[in-house]
Design a protein around this ligand. Structure first.
Ligand SMILES: Cc1ncc(COP(=O)(O)O)c(C=O)c1O
Length: 318
């Protein structure tokens, strides 16, 4: 097996098929089905260091989406929800992290390399690591610069586009590489009908005349859990949020545009295809939602305590 360099010296363990193993020992066979065909499904969520200690954000919804994604690939994740949540918590605790990114992943493993995967075992992994400054160190304050990608978001008749499946990320990868090559921070993707879908790894919102809008599932988006949270939060704050098709031109002429995702959280967009968005600075509604969201993930808003779960583990007695 290859010598594996750890990403962070202090992050030592990965949960692999029910056991915590050393980071460098979490290895698989090169002929695993998921390696050849991208036949995996995964999640991405965060643990926040709140005023009450470490809390995972909407972990049950992430497990539910993980299972929904798996079902669409005819995959059964061979652990109960309790075992998976316990695995997440153990991995955070064992690595002594209080705020981090969490990457649950399951894929068809090593058995045979016919495209039909159902005889392959399902391997399950949970990794955690610190992941700050997604989309750039000053993205929160200054906003990100985006371009529309020449690659479109996969249509739901090609593959189940609402599944967070590893193979689907070839599209995100190509779009992101192209955007970075052209000097932008992130790419936006249209759907197969030419309407706006989402960014490579975030959902998109546009604001015009005080009204917030975001594309729906009919634009082949990933049903983002941050997106769902922001829709609920914005409505609770009294904003109108429309879930509807968005034309490309609406992005250019929006007063504000922002992206949402578990890794990115909320990131203002300051420019798209060399057109300044609004004043070219994060707009007031974006800033309002960012401030409210930050308070929620610090555990300072009891109304949304339901979104935060304590990181405790019966498998690891502290
Ligand atoms: C393609 C894509 N869209 C949207 C999102 C945002 O989803 P969430 O808010 O659940 O992280 C992600 C990130 O998971 C993504 O990869």
């Amino acid at each position: 097996m290859n010598k594996v360099e750890k990403w962070f010296p202090d992050v030592d363990k990965i949960w692999f098929n029910g056991e915590l193993v050393k980071w460098e020992d979490a290895q698989i066979h090169v002929l695993s089905h998921g390696v050849a065909y991208g036949s995996g499904v995964f999640e991405g969520l965060r643990c926040y260091n709140t005023i009450d200690g470490p809390r995972t954000f909407r972990v049950k919804e992430h497990i539910e989406r993980w299972r929904d994604s798996a079902k669409q690939l005819r995959m059964t994740i061979p652990f109960s929800d309790e075992e998976l949540i316990d695995g997440i918590n153990q991995t955070i605790l064992e690595n002594n992290l209080d705020s981090c990114y969490i990457r649950p992943l399951s894929f068809f493993g090593y058995h045979s390399l016919g495209v039909h995967p159902l005889d392959c075992p399902v391997d399950v992994v949970i990794a955690t690591w610190p992941w700050e400054n997604y989309l750039g160190a000053d993205a929160k304050e200054k906003g990100v610069r985006c371009c529309f990608s020449p690659w479109i978001r996969v249509h739901s008749q090609m593959v189940p586009s609402a599944a967070k499946a590893t193979g689907l990320y070839i599209g995100s990868m190509l779009a992101r590489v192209d955007a970075i090559d052209k000097g932008f921070d992130e790419a936006l993707m249209l759907d197969a009908t030419g309407n706006v879908a989402e960014a490579c790894t975030e959902n998109i919102f546009v604001v015009k005349d005080g009204v917030i809008a975001t594309p729906g599932l009919d634009s082949s988006i990933l049903p983002g859990i941050t997106r769902k949270s922001i829709i609920e939060l914005a409505r609770d704050l009294g904003y109108t949020v429309e879930v509807r098709s968005i034309a490309r031109g609406e992005v250019y002429s929006a007063n504000e545009v922002f992206l949402t995702g578990s890794a990115a959280e909320i990131k203002p967009v300051r420019e798209v295809d060399s057109r300044e968005i609004g004043t070219g600075k994060p707009g007031p509604i974006t800033k309002h939602l960012m401030d409210e969201f930050s308070a929620i993930v610090r555990g300072e808003n009891p109304k949304y305590a339901k979104w935060l779960d304590p990181v405790t583990s019966p498998s690891k007695v502290l």
